[in-house]
Design a protein around this ligand. Structure first.
Ligand code: CTP
Length: 400
């Protein structure tokens, strides 16, 4: 998978930089061409001589070579590469990348990069857990960058926790997995619904749910990274996408989501219905704010919302594939299979509220995929990004 791939390997100032030599070696062994870009702090941990001896290329660090004035073009590197891998990535470099602080060759190269970027953080556990680092990583994810999660274990600080750079073998595995999927969905168009819906009660209140939209956004990124054209219809969420092939349509209510989904479905190959659509909406919308009447009960009459999944299931033509989700608390598989059949879906992704780490407001998910012939695939607890990949694998199988 990596044969002939041109890889810019960015190295920053972390003790894990010593592993970058082994990572370079592994990439070369797989047939990749490696160009190292190292920060000034990175050079304190590993010498450019080691890296240039391995790659057979001068290591780039400054904007030009002092003795002869040779200019190193970060723009050219951005166009040359098939992937950029920053391993190890320190909290400082992650912060600079997230905020466009281009004060060294590595960050300018990152900002010029046309190819996918993989980031393998390495730092102390408290630095990793700090809201500043987490916010910066979320920003990088929203730019479409792929974060290679650090491992949990013994750290250079002699503390134990999450922050240790992922092992070079695993980084190479993730790169290979990425390239093996690249372009698998090219020329395919997929519509995805995500997030909650808000059903208005009055000008300042609504009925909603806890869906964060993370699963739907991860699915959109996964489809886009395989070359699909993606239409992402999302309810109100605090997330952003930056993948150029994701067309985002923001909606608020189930009715608005329904209209957009019906409009898009006609000329797509597949749909993944991940939104937590409110089943009911208030029968009446009060133009004025509903006032409290001390001591009195207040009843709100609710009427059903349209079922988007069922409507698309009815419209479905030969060759189109629809995947739905089921979040269940009891009789999980039976209820999910019932939905699959009732909505005419091709497969359904079951989340059980009884599984810790699954469902709303988490970064992880634990799913079972059920098919119309009652067969199933059970997956362990994984990050939502990895779960998205498993779901898109099924979509891809059915679309081929
Ligand atoms: N769904 C939808 N439109 C709705 C309700 C649900 O498109 N109005 C989709 C969801 O996006 C999901 C699937 O249908 O893919 C299952 O949603 P769920 O709310 O669990 O199904 P319901 O049929 O509403 O069943 P329940 O009685 O469990 O709420």
């Amino acid at each position: 998978m990596l044969k002939g791939k041109k890889i810019v390997l960015g190295i920053t100032g972390s003790i894990a930089a010593y592993k970058a030599a082994y990572l370079t070696r592994l990439l070369l062994k797989k047939g990749a061409e490696v160009q190292v870009v190292i920060t000034p702090a990175g050079k304190e941990f590993i010498t450019p001589v080691t890296l240039s001896a391995l790659t057979g290329k001068p290591v780039v660090s400054g904007f030009f070579t002092a003795n002869d004035g040779t200019w190193h073009s970060h723009v050219d590197l951005g166009l040359w590469a098939d992937a950029m891998v920053i391993a190890p990535a320190t909290a400082s470099t992650i912060g600079k990348m997230a905020n466009g602080i281009a004060d060294n060759m590595l960050v300018t190269t990152y900002l010029s990069m046309k190819a996918p970027v993989f980031i393998a953080p390495a730092m102390d556990l408290d630095m990793y857990a700090h809201p500043s680092t987490q916010r910066n990583l979320d920003l990088l994810r929203s730019f479409g960058n792929l974060i290679i999660e650090p491992a949990t274990g013994f750290l250079a600080s002699k503390l134990e926790g999450k922050g240790r750079m992922e092992e070079p073998d695993e980084i190479v595995n993730q790169l290979e997995a990425f390239f093996s999927k690249e372009n698998k969905l090219s020329k395919k168009k997929i519509v995805i619904t995500a997030g909650p819906t808000y059903e208005k009660l009055d000008p300042v209140r609504y009925i909603g749910n806890y869906s964060s939209g993370k699963m739907g956004f991860a699915l959109a990124e996964a489809c886009a990274s395989r070359g699909a054209e993606v239409i992402l219809i999302t309810g109100p969420v605090g997330l952003s996408v930056n993948h150029p092939v994701i067309k985002r349509i923001d909606v608020e209510s189930a009715d608005e989501m329904y209209e957009e989904a019906i409009r898009s479905f006609r000329d797509v190959d597949g749909a993944i219905l991940c939104a937590a659509v409110a089943d009911y909406k208030p029968a009446l919308f009060s133009e004025n704010k509903i006032k409290r009447k001390t001591g009195e009960r207040l009843s709100v009459e609710l009427v059903p919302n349209p079922d988007i999944a069922a409507a698309l299931g009815k419209m479905k033509k030969k060759g189109q594939v629809i995947a739905g989700f089921a979040l269940e608390t009891n009789d999980e598989e039976k209820n999910a299979l019932n939905k699959l059949e009732r909505k005419n879906l091709d497969f359904i992704v079951l989340n059980s509220m009884n599984d810790a780490g699954a469902g709303f407001r988490t970064d992880t998910n634990k799913i079972t995929i059920l098919f119309p012939d009652n067969s199933k695939k059970v997956f362990p607890l994984k990050s939502k990004t990895t779960v998205a990949d498993d779901i898109v694998d099924e979509m891809e199988n059915l679309l081929m």
